[in-house]
Design a protein around this ligand. Structure first.
Ligand code: GLU
Length: 477
C-alpha cells in the first residue's frame, strides 16, 4: 500500500471465551492506528472452529469492545461464513501449481511422525505427494490440498515491532490448506479474508509470528500484496512470568466488575507494549494522535494491577461529577449488590450523589470503592454501626455528639464551611482536639470510621437527615 492510502486494520478474535485483556490491547492498537490515520478498523470473528466457538462468546467480545469504546467499521464478518471462498482460493492455488493433492493416509502420517521423533527431527510433512503423479493416487482416499511452499531460500517478515524476521523455508513444510472434508484451514482463511477485506495493516500478538511466515508465502503465491505487519509482544505478569488469572489474565468484563473505567483501561493497555516517550497518563485523543507502529515494543510488557489501580484513581478524580455518576450507574448492574443499589437511585438520590462526588472521588481508586464509600447515602436510620464506629461512639463520643447537636441545629446555614466553623469554634473553646468531635460525627453519620470529609458529609445528607442520625446516637435516643 502506498502511504497516501488510508489504512485498514482488523481485529480478529476467536470466540472461544471472553474478550481477554491481551485481545483488548490488540483491538486498542488496531483501533488507535486506524483512527489516527483516518482509516478503518474492521472486525472479523474467527469462528471456524465450530466446537470451540459459541454465540455467547461472540456477544461477550462485542460487548467488551463496546464497553471499551473501541468501535469497528461496518458489520462484523464471520470467517465461517466465508468457507466457500476459502476453498475457491485453495483450488486456484491448485490450478496454478502452487498447491497439490496429498493422498497420505492417517497411518502414513503417523509413521512419518514417528520416524521424525525417532530421529529427533522436527515433525514435518516429508513431501511424499509434492511431485507425485496424481494418477497413482490410491483408490478410496480423499485427498487434502497442501500448499507447495518454497523449499529453498527464506521468508522474510519486515515486522514493525519485531524487526526483520527471517525464517528459512526449509523449516516450513507443505501446509494443508484444504482438508479432505473440504474445510479450509486456518492460515488460508486468514489470508483470504485479510486480502478480501482490504486489510493493509495486521497488528496482532507475537504468538502469530510463525503463522505470518506461512501466510506471507500464500500471499506471494496468489500475487497479492503482503500487508504491513506488527506483532505485538505478549503481556506477562508483574514477576515476568506468563500472565496468570491472579495477575490479570481475565476478560474485560472482569475489569468492568472490578470498577475500572474504560478511559483508564485504554490508557493502561496502551502502555502495555507501546510507548510515547515517558508519557504515562494521556487521553484517548492523545493516544490516537500519537499512536505509530514504530512505538510498539518488542519485549514483553508487564501487567501491574497496582499501576492500573492508581491510574484508575486518577481518572476517577478528574472526571466531572455527572460523568462519574453515569459511569457509576453503568457499572452497578455488573457487581454484587449493584442492581439493588441502582434501584434506589432516583432523581433525588442522583442529585445527592452528584453533590457527594467531590468528596467521594478523592478517595476512590475504583467504582467498587465508590460503591462502598457512598453506602452512607443509602443507609436508613437508625444506621447500623460497624465495630469501629461502635468503638468511636463510647461515652466520650456520645458526649461530644450531645454537645454538638444543638450547636449544629442552631446553624442558619447548612453548608460544609459553616458547619466546620461551628465545630472548630467549639473544639477551640473546650480545648478538645477536633478529631474527638469529627470521629464520633463520622460514626453517627456513616456508621463507619472512614468517609469523605465529614463536613461535606453533613452538607450532603442535609439538615434533617444529619441531625436525625446524630440524635439516634445520643444517650436518650
Ligand atoms: N484469531 C486469532 C486470535 O484470536 C487472531 C488471528 C489474527 O489476528 O490473525 O488469536
Amino acid at each position: 500500500m502506498s502511504s497516501a492510502e488510508s489504512p485498514v486494520t482488523r481485529f480478529a478474535p476467536s470466540p472461544t471465551g471472553f474478550l481477554h485483556i491481551g485481545g483488548a490491547r490488540t483491538a486498542l492498537f488496531n483501533w488507535a492506528y486506524a483512527k489516527g490515520h483516518k482509516g478503518k478498523m474492521l472486525l472479523r470473528i474467527e469462528d471456524t472452529d465450530r466446537e470451540r466457538s459459541n454465540p455467547a462468546a461472540v456477544d461477550a467480545i462485542l460487548d467488551g469492545l463496546k464497553w471499551l469504546g473501541l468501535n469497528w467499521d461496518g458489520e462484523a464478518i464471520s470467517q465461517y461464513s466465508r468457507m466457500q471462498r476459502h476453498a475457491e482460493v485453495a483450488n486456484e492455488l491448485l490450478k496454478a501449481g502452487n498447491a497439490y493433492y496429498c493422498y497420505c493416509t492417517p497411518a502414513e502420517l503417523t509413521a512419518m511422525r514417528e520416524k521424525a521423533e525417532a530421529e529427533k527431527r522436527p515433525i514435518r510433512y516429508d513431501g511424499t505427494w509434492r511431485d507425485r503423479d496424481p494418477s497413482t493416487a490410491p483408490a478410496g482416499v480423499k485427498p487434502v490440498i497442501r500448499f507447495r511452499s518454497p523449499q529453498e531460500g527464506e521468508t522474510v517478515i519486515n515486522d514493525r515491532a519485531q524487526g526483520r524476521v527471517v525464517i528459512p523455508n526449509k523449516d516450513l513444510d507443505d501446509l494443508i490448506i484444504l482438508r479432505s472434508d473440504g474445510n479450509p484451514t486456518y492460515n488460508l482463511s486468514v489470508v483470504v479474508d485479510d486480502h478480501d477485506m482490504g486489510v493493509t495493516h495486521i497488528i496482532r500478538g507475537v504468538d502469530h509470528l510463525t503463522n505470518a511466515a506461512r501466510q506471507s508465502q500464500i500471499y506471494l503465491a496468489m500475487g497479492w500484496a503482503v500487508p504491513d505487519m506488527t506483532h505485538v509482544p505478549l503481556i506477562h505478569g508483574p514477576d515476568g512470568a506468563k500472565l496468570s488469572k491472579r495477575h490479570g489474565a481475565l476478560g474485560v468484563e472482569a475489569y468492568r466488575a472490578m470498577g475500572y473505567v474504560p478511559a483508564a483501561l485504554r490508557n493502561y493497555l496502551a502502555r502495555l507494549g507501546w510507548s510515547h516517550g515517558d508519557d504515562e497518563i494521556f487521553s484517548t485523543e492523545q493516544l490516537v494522535e500519537w499512536f505509530e507502529l514504530e512505538g510498539v515494543n518488542n519485549s514483553p510488557a508487564r501487567f501491574d494491577f497496582a499501576k492500573l489501580e492508581n491510574l484508575n484513581g486518577h481518572y476517577i478524580r478528574h472526571m466531572a461529577d455527572v460523568d462519574l455518576l453515569n459511569a457509576f450507574m453503568g457499572f452497578l448492574p455488573f457487581v454484587e449488590g449493584g442492581p439493588e443499589l441502582l434501584g434506589k437511585i432516583d432523581d433525588a438520590m442522583q442529585a445527592k450523589l452528584v453533590k457527594a462526588m467531590p468528596g467521594l472521588k478523592e478517595r476512590a481508586k475504583t467504582l467498587v470503592e465508590l460503591q462502598t464509600s457512598s453506602q452512607y447515602l443509602f443507609a436508613h436510620r437508625p444506621l447500623p454501626l460497624d465495630e469501629k464506629a461502635k468503638g468511636l461512639l463510647n461515652d466520650e463520643g456520645k458526649a461530644a455528639l450531645q454537645a454538638l447537636h444543638p450547636l449544629l441545629a442552631a446553624s442558619n446555614e447548612w453548608t460544609a464551611p459553616a458547619l466546620e466553623a461551628i465545630v472548630k469554634a467549639h473544639a477551640e473553646a473546650t480545648g478538645i482536639k477536633l478529631g474527638k468531635f469529627a470521629q464520633p460525627l463520622r460514626a453517627s453519620l456513616t456508621g463507619t470510621s472512614t468517609s469523605p470529609g465529614i463536613f461535606d458529609v453533613l452538607e450532603v445528607l442535609g439538615r434533617e437527615e444529619a441531625l436525625g442520625r446524630i440524635a439516634d446516637q445520643l444517650p436518650q435516643g
